[in-house]
Design a protein around this ligand. Sequence first.
Ligand code: ZN
Length: 199
Amino acid sequence: MPTLAEPLAKLMGALKSLPGVGAKSAQRMAFHVLKAPREEVEALAAALLEVKDKLRLCPECFNFADADACGICADPGRDRSQICVVEEPGNVAVIERTAGYRGLYHVLHGALSPMHGIGPDQIRVAELVGRVRAGGVREVILATNPTVDGETTAMHISSLLRPLEVEVTRIAMGLPVGADIDYVDEVTVSKALDGRRGV
Ligand SMILES: [Zn+2]
């Protein structure tokens, strides 16, 4: 006899497949669902299906959107001459939380990775070049991750955009606030040095 009732084991298995959820968290969540009122569980199930059914990609920036254009592209208050290029839709949310950026975005949905066979055709690079070619863009900010793949992607994009009349910048990577240089890896320290500016 299995120790867990089958539906419960199945739910735990499904939860465990989510990023950042281990066996213990999956068990806690599953028991919470079991004890929760039916309406709460129905709302959760409906929310899960709704993101699958109703969200699509914004035709301009490829962020997730529930209408034709995403809220950022549709906002007349945004600076349309700046495009910040990120790897994943989640990165947009992080930059938006800083509230310092008022331009538009371009979500690549990945990064170039020769090691994993991911080439320019598998991410939204051509669409970015198309947006710049269409005109009105003054600056493209490359905010891909400070990883080997992220750097490769940034270099590739900057070489594609070089012939076009647009300024291409890379976000400064550096030491996290409160870090002790002794305990930060060399890549971070060298990036922090490269990104230095006058004070
Ligand atoms: Zn958009």
